[in-house]
Write a protein that binds this ligand. Sequence first.
Ligand SMILES: *Cc1c(COP(=O)(O)O)cnc(C)c1O
Length: 356
Amino acid sequence: MYNIKIEKTTNPKPLPTEDNPLLFGTIFTDHMFEVDYTEGQGWHDPRVVPFHDLELSPASMVFHYGQEMFEGLKAYRTDDKRILLFRPDKNIERANNSNARLMIPEIPAELFLEGIKTVVKVDEAWIPTKEGTSLYVRPFVIATDPFLGVRPSHTYKFMIILSPVGAYYPEGLDPVKIWIEDQYVRAVRGGIGEAKTGGNYVASMAAQVKAHEEGYSQVLWLDGVERKYIEEVGAMNIFFKINGTVVTPMLNGSILPGVTRNTCIELCKSWGLPVEERRVSVDELEEAAKNGTLEEVWGTGTAAVISPVGHLRYEDDVFQIKDGGIGEISQKLYDTVTGIQLGRLEDKYGWTVEVK
Ligand SMILES: *Cc1c(COP(=O)(O)O)cnc(C)c1O
């Protein structure tokens, strides 16, 4: 047990009303979790405090060299009023893998989980209950040494902020249009593509803006070397159903290992569907789209859970996916994952963790 101090706000904000659309990531709760790291001392002074602005030296290393890690998971309010987290152990394990790659000190798993539980409990009134809503949990670490020179920082701050959210895409479960990017790349093997860090996102922005201007909501990345194999979407992993087989790009060192990706693989296997984690080329998709075997395409990620894809654009070609509606497996995955997250379906896998 860690001794997490709790300081409550004396100035609570009004809770969002039921009819507030909760645009993703725009509203923050009354409190946040904080813990500091000092070399020689380790992580110290864990606390829940009122949500506040930070005061940092302008020389803080995070601003100049991007040494930071983030995570994303959700807390749900069940019909019988319990609070559930979904596979937080997976996020914590991935956070520490990201930390290792980014030379950020490991965060003890128990401290991480207790930090999440404590701040979620303090702000439990902020967990929305309307269909499709949840409390998004954003843990992150920043390097705080005031130093202009390249080396790992000796001091860090780990924080957790909370945001009540509705659907990630305003389209909801309506299929999205995706742009296959052939000019920019997001990550290469040996780089930081498999770490969850802001640097991967800034690398993606130019293509994201270009895709938006063309009327596409997301970019699908190709491998950085041959620009031939599918990697993942901006903030989602990607799945294809080709001629009855569920196919997703294998984790090759430049793809983010999504928790939702792993959940979907486990569920599809448990339903007896053939699942393949392997390289998938654009040519294979083009061929499958042409001969009618590209049956379903969907993205997976904590924010949207499942996001059906209606069509893919590659250079001057459009790969239409069946009738462009939501596919059978996408719908079943969405219903099953959200059913378990909300405590409405039996959690056979032990994926949910209750916050008491
Ligand atoms: C977070 C993230 C995902 C999705 O991971 P989940 O654990 O399923 O939320 C996919 N790709 C990238 C680049 C990400 O940052």
